[in-house]
Design a protein around this ligand. Structure first.
Ligand code: GLC
Length: 512
């Protein structure tokens, strides 16, 4: 019944299902079905979003995809986030307080303040509870499971309060997985929630939200009978639960969508991914091309664009001065990365001396595992005047590096999408990447007329080979200029991906 209701948008009062010419079941539809021509309502549920709060690439996506979708008048896009104490006063001042509700979480009943603001056609809601979110940073607490269970449950509880029942609840990563799970195990039984469908997007399968089975009822408030949905390998696995409960799930590039069907990439979830593969799609992220625009970026030493690359030289020499590197025309190879093994740091360590044997400068910006941080600090000392190791997280410096460098190295072992290679490309800094996930989908090899340099296997010497190839092309001014232009004009805007998401929302909404 509900399918015909949804597709036609007709208000159904009474439906009779006839078998053998005799009326057998009589059902009363108590809820008004969505009207045709109503705006498509999409509610994003995520743990971070620019400009409010950011620790990684997820914040970039939640900061720009909703706004790209909201340009379409047929969509009503809203986003829910936790109100972390780290959200700066400049943003808090823009919010208004809507009121508060109480969120049930097993035997708990927790205060939840609801704040809102609007930006570029997107309505944001912030869920406030100081016990859970008045702490520095976003993650890494012993009770993260409880904090994000409160958040996910809060998202479903505020819907009657804000008077908005989305067509698609778009949940991101394990922190929002419980929203899809609660919808399926609990809320969909309530008439107002029965037309809501869930889409779950995996930004990185490494972080799954694993907990002991003991807390299923006491903390998450989930019935034992539903435990099988979340259970995996003897534990609660929230990502697995969301994959089972959602109508559709997606990852952030088509290649990663294939990779996570294999043990090499799936961090143990390959069987679940394969079992649900008919629900899976991969859509390549975009970047915010207004924010990352070398013609307008205030952080840059000089403005430039694909048709006028001359000023990039100023960006380079000023960067060299700033970092204490000799100002000269040698290629700058840059890395802006978290210093963790899946970013391919081992490959760089293996051939660092070989790279530095060449007439190049190497600039690093990033933080991460202390062993890697120490390694690069040490390298910086040994190669003073050649290596600049900046163990920091610094948005302003990152933009100066994207614009001032020549080659951007990103040899990730795995990379669901990756945004840095796209940003570098837009700043005419030529990417050298490993062919994995979104790197494979966004950067094509120079030899085939592409926008960068790529290597296939996780082998340091294969990487070194393509770095040499890049250095050779760099020596030929004309060819390098053409390659820079090619990189800078590749379309990484969200408009392209937003169209794919719209198709996916329609599929999700009509799925049963
Ligand atoms: C995660 C992934 C990264 C992706 C980002 C946004 O941080 O590791 O590859 O670009 O999410 O989807």
């Amino acid at each position: 019944m509900s399918e015909s209701v949804k597709k036609t948008g007709i208000k159904v009062k009474k439906v009779e299902i006839v078998a053998n010419d005799k009326p057998s079941i009589s059902v009363k539809a108590t809820v008004k079905a969505p009207k045709l021509m109503e705006k498509r309502k999409i509610l994003f549920v995520a743990s971070e979003a620019r400009p409010f709060i950011a620790t990684g690439g997820l914040a970039d996506v939640i900061g720009s995809l909703p706004q790209a979708l909201a340009k379409d008048p047929k969509y009503d896009i809203r986003v829910v986030l936790p109100l972390y104490s780290d959200i700066k006063p400049e943003f808090r001042r823009k919010m208004s307080f809507l009121g508060n509700i109480f969120v049930p979480l097993s035997w708990r009943n927790q205060y939840c303040g609801v704040f809102t603001c609007e930006e570029n056609g997107v309505t944001y809601y912030f869920l406030d509870n100081e016990y859970y979110f008045k702490r520095p940073g976003c993650y890494g607490y012993y009770d993260d499971g409880e904090r994000f269970a409160f958040f996910s449950r809060g998202v479903l509880e505020i819907l009657p309060f804000i008077g908005y029942y989305p067509d698609v609840l778009h949940c991101h990563d394990w922190q929002a997985a419980l929203a899809a799970i609660y919808l399926k195990t609990f809320y969909c039984k309530r008439p107002e929630y029965q037309f809501i469908r869930a889409l779950f997007t995996i930004h990185n399968i490494e972080y799954q939200g694993k907990y002991s089975m003991d807390i299923l009822g006491d903390l998450f408030g989930i019935d034992n009978n539903d435990g099988y949905l979340l259970e995996y390998g003897g534990c609660i696995n929230l990502m697995k639960g969301a994959i089972e409960c959602c109508e559709r799930f997606s990852t952030v590039s088509p290649t990663y969508a294939n990779e996570i069907k294999t043990a090499q990439y799936a961090h143990g979830l390959e069987d679940i991914i394969c079992k649900n593969a008919n629900k899976l799609t991969g859509i390549l992220n975009g970047i915010d091309v207004d924010s990352y625009n070398p013609e307008k970026d205030k952080a840059l030493f000089a403005a430039y664009g694909p048709e006028n690359l001359e000023n990039k030289k100023i960006c380079k020499s000023e960067l060299q001065k700033m970092l204490g590197l000799p100002v000269k025309n040698v290629p700058i190879i840059a890395m802006i990365t978290r210093l963790v093994s899946h970013k391919g740091v081992e490959l760089v360590k293996t051939v660092a001396e070989d790279i530095l044997h060449e007439d190049v400068q190497f600039v690093l910006l990033g933080t991460g595992d202390s062993a890697y941080e120490n390694y690069f600090r040490e390298l910086g000392k040994r190669y003073e005047g050649k290596v600049s190791a900046n163990i920091a997280f610094n948005g302003d410096l990152s933009r100066k590096i994207y614009s001032g460098a020549d080659i951007f190295l990103m040899p990730s072992v795995s990379e669901p999408c990756g945004l840095s290679q796209m940003i570098a490309s837009r700043y005419a800094t030529v990417p050298v990447v490993r062919e994995t996930g979104g790197l494979y989908d966004s950067i094509k090899p120079y030899g085939n007329g592409g926008n960068g340099f790529t290597f296939a296997s996780c082998n340091a010497y294969d990487m070194l080979y393509v770095i040499h190839e890049a250095l050779d092309v760099y020596k030929n001014e004309e060819k390098w200029q053409a390659l820079m232009r090619k990189a800078a004009t590749t379309d990484f805007s969200w408009d392209r991906s937003a169209e794919d998401y719209k198709k996916l929302y329609e599929e999700t909404f009509t799925a049963f």
